[in-house]
Design a protein around this ligand. Structure first.
Ligand SMILES: [Fe+2]
Length: 177
C-alpha cells in the first residue's frame, strides 16, 4: 500500500499506523459489496409488503455508503492511500457477486444476513489488530460499525420472521433461486 507523510500520532509508531491503514483498507471493499447487494434488492424485491422492505433496505444502504466514506477517510488519517476504484475494491473483497441472480424476498433477507455475519467476523479481527497496534480511536470506530451491523442484522432477522409462511415454505423446497 502507498504511504503519505502525516504528523506522528501520540503513542503510535509509524509502523503501527501503516499496519492499521493497510488492514482498514480491506473493509470498504466488503462494505461496498454489501451496499451494492442491498441496493440491488431494494430495487428488485417483489413481495406483498414491497414498500416496507424497499424502505428498510433504502435506510440500510445509505448507512453502508457512509461507513465506506468514514473508513476510507480513516485510512488517509493513518497515512495510507484509500482504495478508490471498483477494480481494486473487487480484488480486496472475499464476497462474491452473482449477476442476474434475483431470489425471492425471504432468500434476499437470508443472503443479506449472511453478508452481515461475514463482515462482523472480519470486524472482530480488525478490532484485535487495532489493539495490537495501539490504536484505540480506530478500535472505537470499528466497534461502532460492528454495532451497526449487529443492529441491521437484527432488523433483517425480525423482518424475516414476518414474511408470509407460504413464502418460507417455497424457500425450504428450494423454489427460490
Ligand atoms: Fe431508492
Amino acid at each position: 500500500m502507498k504511504e503519505v507523510d502525516v504528523p506522528k500520532q501520540e503513542h503510535q509508531s509509524h509502523e503501527d499506523r501503516i499496519a492499521v491503514a493497510k488492514m482498514l483498507n480491506l473493509l470498504p471493499a466488503d462494505e461496498l459489496m454489501l451496499y451494492t447487494k442491498t441496493r440491488n434488492f431494494h430495487w428488485n424485491v417483489v413481495e406483498p409488503s414491497f414498500m416496507e422492505m424497499h424502505r428498510l433496505l433504502d435506510e440500510q444502504y445509505g448507512m453502508f455508503n457512509q461507513i465506506v466514506d468514514d473508513v476510507a477517510e480513516q485510512v488517509r488519517t493513518a497515512g495510507g492511500i484509500a482504495i478508490g476504484t471498483l477494480a481494486e475494491m473487487k480484488q480486496h473483497t472475499k464476497l462474491q457477486e452473482h449477476p442476474g441472480h434475483l431470489p425471492e424476498a425471504l432468500k434476499m433477507l437470508e443472503e443479506l444476513m449472511e453478508v452481515h455475519d461475514h463482515v462482523s467476523e472480519s470486524l472482530h479481527d480488525y478490532i484485535e489488530t487495532c489493539d495490537e497496534h495501539h490504536d484505540p480511536a480506530t478500535e472505537n470506530m470499528l466497534q461502532d460499525i460492528l454495532m451497526k451491523h449487529r443492529k441491521t442484522a437484527w432488523m433483517l432477522r425480525s423482518y424475516h420472521q414476518r414474511v408470509p409462511v407460504v413464502d418460507k415454505a417455497e424457500v425450504k423446497r428450494g423454489k427460490a433461486a
